[in-house]
Design a protein around this ligand. Structure first.
Ligand code: AGP
Length: 616
């Protein structure tokens, strides 16, 4: 969850590392730090809070060296203090280390090191790892043509239980970085006379678009002109150099106040990108390049299982609804974090899907591995090219929406909804969905970006509504069928960025408990599109109104509500069932965003959260 950047080259390392850290801040923002090798010592600056605090601190340290490492922290072991911030130095001052992950056996290691007179300044597992490397480094003989640092890191990691993405420097090797991963992403950036390593492409794309995605169990040595990858078992790896297909401008905020705002307004284009080239020539179905499963095999699938976390799980729940409705195949969705520990009976002929924007969520990755262990094929819907999930899945569908920086997922969510809808179409057309119904479905999906544009035009109206409700403390989001997951998503969005208590419920379920919360102080957002159960939802609204609960109704244009029933009305255009969840997501995203802005919250970096959750 933490952000990692390392640089070795001819430029001053600190400004490049700080720039990279700013782009990684969404990964963790409890504290940040940088260490640079200069004049025979490590100059270290670290500070709690944002990278902006670190910049001021770094200015005091006059960091001029051309090799260094930097880190943004999301605290696991030890509180949010300057001492616990990374980089850590070993007590003999020989080793500097940054780390993402959790060292599970750090207590026994620490005991061992204390007995050998190593001392500790922090409460972190990372400092223990750093000292253990120093211990091995001190004992490692210098062998011509071999890296002492590489060997000692290798030896250390053989004793480690847990997860890590690390970058290490040694005091007597000013032009060398060693980096290794197990469970935490690391990417090498290959430049001209310089090399970089980072936890995320965003931190290095301003220097180079040539990257190597490190795999679990791999360790790499970087110098300004060279890099070499091997495994912990000392097998040499032939690197595969990939080209990043987006530029730094994609990860910048431009004219917007927040990344979340930018990403909400980017959704029409994001949807266009996610569907480009993915419809059949006859315009009646979807097609995907990377499924690695033949139509015949797909035809034999009798059940689908979807696993994901958070927002991505809500997208899976909508997909469940659409596949069951249009393809008539049973679908089960589960929290990835539960699935991995539940002994779920799985049927034969089940196709397993995971969804993950980042492709690094540890629970989702663990669910994928568990399903593969049981012998199932696992496909992934994923946004980040080259992510661990993308690499470990048997096939999948990239979302192609560019980097999502706001911690609250928006464009990644609607593109997952779109891909879920396309999957339902693809499977449906193999079964009972007619050519004509397929063509109507495809045309509807193609029209989705324009419908989203229409809803976005209501932003000023939704902002006015947000102002009226921003200072409430509770809010319900109610929807039915495919919009029940959108109600869950609305509540999640509001909770995570505005710290307001919100719950999502199936509208009719509300009377089985949550109705007790209703008063003039608890507004309800109803997702009430035109359709066969519109009148049932209106009845639920009446029940809320009878208890003086304010109502914000999201209804189809032209819908007739009894006069005075809704306090606020937001309209969405009439649309195909497959497009409805996408279109209905826009008002709940805007409402949450503007409420958070009104409450003065840090929208892009909500407290306690990190964009990608790479620890359990
Ligand atoms: C979304 O707003 C959240 N920040 C969070 O629920 C997120 O969707 C979840 O952690 C899963 O992330 P992933 O899609 O990268 O796997």
């Amino acid at each position: 969850m933490c952000g990692i950047v390392g640089y070795v080259g001819k430029q001053k390392a600190a400004p490049l590392i700080l720039e990279g850290l700013k782009r990684l801040e969404y990964r963790g923002y409890d504290s940040a730090g940088v260490a640079v090798w200069q004049d025979g010592h490590f100059e270290v600056a670290k500070k709690t809070g944002r990278v902006a605090n670190l910049e001021k601190e770094a200015a005091r340290h006059k960091l001029v060296g051309s090799a260094g490492i930097g880190h943004t922290r999301w605290a696991t072991h030890g509180g949010v203090t300057d001492a616990n911030a990374h980089p850590h130095l070993s007590s003999d001052g020989q080793i500097a280390l940054i780390h993402n992950g959790v060292i599970e056996n750090y207590v026994s290691m620490k005991k061992f090191l204390l007995a050998k007179d190593y001392t500790f300044k922090s409460e972190t597992d990372t400092e223990v790892l750093c000292n253990l490397i120093a211990y091995h480094y001190a004992k490692e003989p210098a062998v011509a043509g071999e890296s002492r640092l590489l060997e000692s890191v290798r030896k250390t990691l053989r004793h480690v239980e847990g997860t890590y993405g690390i970058v290490v420097m040694a005091l007597d090797l000013p032009e060398e970085l060693v980096t290794a991963r197990k469970g935490s992403p690391l990417i090498l950036g290959l430049g001209e006379g310089e090399n970089l390593v980072a936890s995320d492409v965003a931190a290095i794309v301003s220097r180079t678009q040539n990257v190597v995605y490190l795999k679990d169990g791999e360790i790499a040595r970087l110098t300004p002109k060279n890099f070499a990858i091997s495994t912990l078992d000392e097998a040499d790896i032939t690197p595969v150099i990939d080209k990043v297909n987006w530029s730094i401008a994609d990860a910048e905020m431009g004219e917007y106040a927040h990344f979340m705002e930018k990403e909400i307004f980017e959704q029409p284009v994001a949807l266009e990108n996610a569907m480009r080239g993915r419809f059949s020539e006859d315009g009646s179905t979807a097609q995907f390049g990377g499924l690695n499963i033949t139509p015949g095999e797909f035809r034999g699938i009798e059940r689908f299982m979807f696993c994901a976390c958070g927002t991505a799980l809500h997208a899976c729940m909508v997909t469940e609804h659409l596949i069951e409705n249009f393809a008539r195949i049973p679908v089960e969705c589960d929290y990835a974090s539960e699935f991995r520990y539940r002994n779920t009976p799985l049927f034969r002929n089940t196709l397993f899907f995971v969804m993950s924007q980042s492709g690094e969520t540890i629970d989702t990755l663990a669910a994928l591995r568990e399903a593969k262990r049981k012998g199932y094929k696992v496909l992934a819907v994923n946004n980040v090219v080259g992510s661990t999930i993308a690499r470990e899945a048997d096939g999948g569908i990239y979302q192609h929406v560019g980097p999502e920086v706001g911690v609250a997922s928006t464009k990644a969510f609607t593109s997952q909804l779109l891909i879920g809808a396309m999957l339902a179409l693809y499977i449906g057309r193999m079964r009972d969905l007619s050519f004509g119904a397929g063509v109507r479905y495809v045309n509807a999906l193609k029209g989705a970006p324009d419908l989203v544009r229409q809803v976005l035009k209501q932003a000023p109206h939704i902002r006015t509504i947000a102002r009226r409700y921003a200072h409430h403390t509770d809010m319900l989001f109610l929807g039915r069928l495919s919009l029940f997951p959108i109600a869950l998503e609305g509540a999640l969005k509001l909770k995570e960025i505005s710290y307001l208590h919100a719950e999502g419920y199936p509208a009719a379920e509300m009377k089985h408990g949550p109705i007790a919360l209703i008063s003039e102080k608890c507004p309800s957002v109803f997702l009430a599109p035109k359709g066969e159960i519109f009148n049932k939802i209106v009845s639920s609204m009446q029940e809320i109104k009878a208890r003086k609960g304010p109502i914000i109704a999201i209804v189809t244009e032209g819908a007739e509500l009894p006069p005075g029933l809704a306090d606020e009305i937001i309209t969405i255009p009439e649309c195909h069932e497959a497009v409805l969840p996408i279109v209905a997501s826009i008002p709940v995203q805007l409402l949450s965003y503007y409420i958070a802005v009104e409450r003065g919250c840090d929208v892009d970096k909500p407290r306690n959260l990190a964009k990608s959750v790479t620890v359990e």
